[in-house]
Design a protein around this ligand. Structure first.
Ligand code: NI
Length: 226
């Protein structure tokens, strides 16, 4: 599933992010790329472990933890510490697939990348081009969201970033290992969860809400790895 999650950051948090980003250091983005993607990748990143990346990463993770749509859609087991990239002067990232497994920097832990996330940290009018283009079985999807909004997509999909021909595209990107590794099952759980919430809102106390909530948890119990 390809899902846009609005307002991960509030406008205040975005203003704070902008301020922090002016104090960042930027290096060649190929430092975190695998062999295939290193050939396709042309952008800049804040070094992993830089204080700006850590501070801003914590703001993002704490907002995500409180974001009901993110939690319901991703069912996160582990989240990779957010990374930050910048594209300008024609930079782009050609078609690639993200590495299946990544080591969490500075630890002996690994995460399986079930979902990839891009959180936009520049307003669309600040740059030209720079769309994230995701290819899945339903076709080709071009994504360019307002600052503070995030796109979540299966890490198994081929994707690229179009050249940024004017201005600078700044974003945070990271991966999620889900409790439910299968994208189809996660989609069923999200649809069911949203339907239960809607029913509960439209007809509060409807007796089917409890029964359907039971079905949700029984499916999650069958499918979840924790
Ligand atoms: Ni990628």
């Amino acid at each position: 599933m390809l899902l846009s999650i609005p307002d991960v950051l509030t406008s205040d948090q975005f203003a704070q992010a902008k301020k922090l980003l002016t104090k960042a250091e930027w290096v060649d983005g190929r430092v975190t790329a695998g062999h295939q993607s290193a050939r396709a990748k042309d952008n800049q990143q804040i070094p992993e472990g830089h204080w700006v990346a850590k501070q801003l990463g914590e703001i993002i993770l704490s907002s995500l933890g409180k974001n009901a749509l993110f939690v319901s859609a991703a069912l996160p087991a582990k989240v990779f510490p957010p990374l930050f990239n910048r594209y300008q002067g024609g930079q782009s990232f050609g078609t690639h697939v993200d590495n299946a497994v990544r080591q969490v920097p500075g630890t002996a832990h690994y995460i399986r990348t079930d979902l990839s996330a891009t959180l936009f940290l520049a307003q669309p009018e600040e740059y030209e081009g720079g769309e994230l283009v995701v290819e899945d079985t339903y076709g080709v999807h071009k994504v360019k969201l307002p600052a503070g909004h995030m796109i979540l997509y299966p890490s198994s999909s081929l994707h690229h970033v179009n050249p940024v021909t004017k201005g600078a595209r700044v974003a945070s990107f990271f991966w999620i290992q889900s409790m439910v590794r299968d994208d189809g099952r996660r989609t069923i759980l999200l649809d069911l969860d949203l339907a239960i919430q809607q029913l509960n809102k439209d007809i509060p106390e409807h007796r089917s809400v409890v029964q359907l909530t039971g079905v949700y948890h029984n499916l999650l119990r069958s499918w979840a790895d924790v």
